[in-house]
Design a protein. Structure first.
Length: 92
């Protein structure tokens, strides 16, 4: 659904798949639209995308503990580290 609604953004070069998460790499490659490099300047900033494990109880393949550990390791902790790094930069 994301790829359908944000095709141009996917092709802009601003979104990149999480380099250490195979499912994200596969999903990104499946839906990625190659940017028109003639008309589109390279992105100065990028957003790293991860295909996260669904937290829904319907996703019974994973236990609650596995889902929580995934989100903590791959979403919350990296975001917190980025925020803390940004915050330290603001103190200068």
């Amino acid at each position: 659904m994301f790829a359908k609604h944000f095709k141009d953004w996917l092709g802009s070069g601003e979104l990149v798949p999480c380099p250490y998460h195979e499912a994200s790499q596969q999903a990104f490659n499946k839906h990625h639209v190659v940017a028109n490099l003639v008309d589109t300047p390279p992105a100065d900033r990028t957003i790293e995308c991860i295909v996260a494990v669904a937290v829904s109880p319907a996703n019974a393949v994973y236990s609650y503990q596995q889902k929580r550990a995934f989100w903590e390791a791959n979403v919350f902790n990296p975001g917190l580290r980025d925020f803390e790094e940004w915050e330290r930069g603001m103190e200068i």
